[in-house]
Design a protein around this ligand. Structure first.
Ligand code: PGA
Length: 251
């Protein structure tokens, strides 16, 4: 299976011209590689990129949970679908933190995305490196709760469309990723929770990827040593040279 590489541009770059230049440089190189690439630009640039073509897909960074209605400033699943989008990032920690998205809101979005055949890249991750009051299994409990709540009511038939992104919040944009060992262990734990919820054969269908300070220097270790199915990349996806060398390091 090809590694899944997700580029989360967040609120960058600042002009459509720059977005086109970045996109063209990246897709020209990555289309020759055995990698499935999902580029997630800001909404306002999405229409510029009419994909999928081959291994290059376009994703959104968010969407609303109702398909239409009076929701000023929101974007619906139907709108994303009408542009041919294959993926949407849901539950990113920046959405949880700055836009107060709860597990319940994320769950509604998950179900709406799946209903519209848009694949959710469902982010989970603990806030801090320290466990609360030194509590044992603290991180596992946080992740398990996010998984259980986010997937509430999601049928096992849709699991093959779900990507779970393990993103420890403290590692995002920090220049310091989680260790290979921790990512490996958390990957196993996420699979264990999915198995508990859906049974082993179904749980195997979910892709589990890692995000948080991924660069061209460490990306390979997270795929081949931590045994993830892919990576969610923020900062390093904004520089074409860096991102192309990151992609090259995986093949
Ligand atoms: P980062 O962001 O690669 O800049 O740490 C990752 C993310 O927020 O998805």
């Amino acid at each position: 299976m090809n590694p899944l590489l997700v580029a989360n541009w967040k609120m960058n770059p600042s002009s459509v011209k720059e977005a086109e230049i970045l996109f063209d440089a990246v897709q020209k190189e990555v289309k020759k590689m055995a990698i499935d690439l999902v580029i997630c630009p800001p909404y306002i640039y999405l229409e510029k990129f009419q994909y999928p073509i081959g291994n290059i897909h376009i994703g959104a960074q968010n969407m609303f949970y109702d398909e239409r209605g009076a929701y000023t400033g929101e974007i619906s699943s139907l709108m994303l679908k009408s542009l041919g989008l294959a993926y949407v990032i849901l539950g990113h920690s920046e959405r949880r933190q700055y836009f107060f998205e709860t597990d319940e809101i994320i769950n509604r979005k998950m179900k709406e995305a799946l209903r519209c055949r848009i694949k959710p890249i469902f982010c989970v991750g603990e806030q801090t490196r320290e466990s609360l009051n030194g509590q044992e299994n603290f991180f596992e409990l946080v992740i398990e709760n996010q998984l259980v709540e986010g997937l509430r009511g999601v049928s096992s038939a849709r699991l093959a469309d779900i990507v779970v992104a393990y993103e420890p919040v403290w590692a995002i944009g920090a220049g310091e990723p989680a260790t290979v060992d921790d990512i490996f262990r958390m990957g196993l734990f996420i699979r264990k929770v999915l198995t508990k919820l859906y049974g082993r054969p179904m749980a195997q269908r979910v892709k589990i990827i890692y995000g948080g300070s991924v660069t061209s220097h460490n990306a390979k270790d997270f795929i081949y040593e931590a045994k993830t199915d892919g990576l969610l990349v923020g900062g390093a996806s904004l520089n074409a040279t860096e991102f192309i060398s990151l992609a090259k390091s995986l093949v």
